[in-house]
Design a protein around this ligand. Structure first.
Ligand code: CP
Ligand code: NVA
Length: 303
């Protein structure tokens, strides 16, 4: 039996695989718009496990797989036997007998890795506390649709050093852009991931201030100050205030710079309405591209 083609993190894959997925995502997007819908998932089933809330991931995976003719089953954390102690390994073995692919959103990345180790069908990471690779696939696709190749461009991350930051760092290793990061001292990006990325040739620059990170940038990104499961929201708010993306901060970037946010946004906290709704923001295209990018991922996993 050949090993299943999981999509657990961006850095697990060769650049050629990532490029195949982007090309498929673009082709599937074009097909959908022209009315020639790809039906390659007819007769296939995707099981989705959500141990955390979701709007975009849940709906875009479900709509995308069904557009391609497949069936979906969604399980919440109160609905499975995992909550009563069944192991992820056994759950993986069982679900593999019913489904052609499994998507999971969970807290601990170890659960994802255990599921993938024992599943005999592809497993896709729909977010953990450690990373969010499907989001960054959609983000890179969105950048390239608007501005062309991301290689050689400067991408800036300002705010909390979280799971989304980590997937951007993984992407920087593979896709050849400069990544400037500014986070408060007590909320840094994962130090081990930064060190690994630099060792593997990524151009990652840790900056002291949001202004320094954004200076001359081609793409400015932020995320919520309080991720799902985070504690001490008030302390976070306090230390993250200097990292709010407002028009004054955007003005430090290249005049052609884009703004992205994976959403959900907390308007007035990490980003102001003027930026979110302004001409540089591509947040709705970014959200739409979750659908197309994930169809590309599913198509690669199940080919
Ligand atoms: N960006 C994102 O993953 O959104 P959801 O939490 O709504 O799925
Ligand atoms: N960093 C956020 C992303 C939500 C899509 C979280 O983990 O809650």
């Amino acid at each position: 039996m050949t090993a299943p083609k999981h999509f657990l993190d961006i850095h697990d894959h060769e650049l050629a695989v990532l490029r195949t997925i982007f090309d498929r995502a673009l082709a599937l997007k074009a097909d959908l718009r022209s009315g020639e819908i790809d039906r390659s998932m007819v007769g296939k089933t995707l099981v989705m496990i959500f141990e955390k809330p979701s709007t975009r991931t849940r709906v875009s995976f479900q709509v995308g797989f069904q557009q391609m003719g497949g069936m979906t089953v969604v399980m919440g954390d109160q609905e499975s036997q995992v909550g009563r102690g069944e192991s992820w390994a056994d759950t993986a073995r069982v679900l593999s007998r019913y489904a052609d692919a499994i998507m999971i959103r969970t807290d601990d990345p170890q659960k994802l890795r255990e599921l993938a180790e024992y599943a005999t069908v592809p497993v896709i990471n729909g977010l953990t506390d450690a990373s969010h690779p499907c989001q960054i696939m959609a983000d890179v696709m969105t950048y390239e649709e608007h501005r062309g190749p991301i290689a050689g461009r400067t991408v800036s991350w300002v705010g909390d050093g979280n799971n989304v930051t980590t997937s951007w760092i993984h992407a920087a290793v593979k896709l050849g852009f400069i990544l400037k990061i500014a986070c408060p001292e007590i909320l840094p990006p994962n130090a081990g991931v930064v060190a690994w990325a630099i060792e593997n040739g990524a151009d990652i620059r840790l900056e002291e201030t949001a202004e320094a990170a954004v200076a001359g940038s081609d793409l400015v990104i932020t995320d919520t100050w309080v991720s799902m499961g985070d504690e001490n929201p008030e302390l976070r708010r306090q230390v993250l205030l200097p990292y709010r993306v407002d028009p004054a901060l955007m003005a430090k970037a290249d005049p052609d710079a884009l703004f992205m946010h994976c959403l959900p946004a907390h308007r007035g906290d990490e980003v102001t309405d003027e930026v979110l709704d302004g001409p540089q923001s591509v947040i709705w295209d970014e959200a739409e591209n979750r659908l197309h990018a994930q169809k590309g991922i599913l198509s690669w996993c199940l080919e």
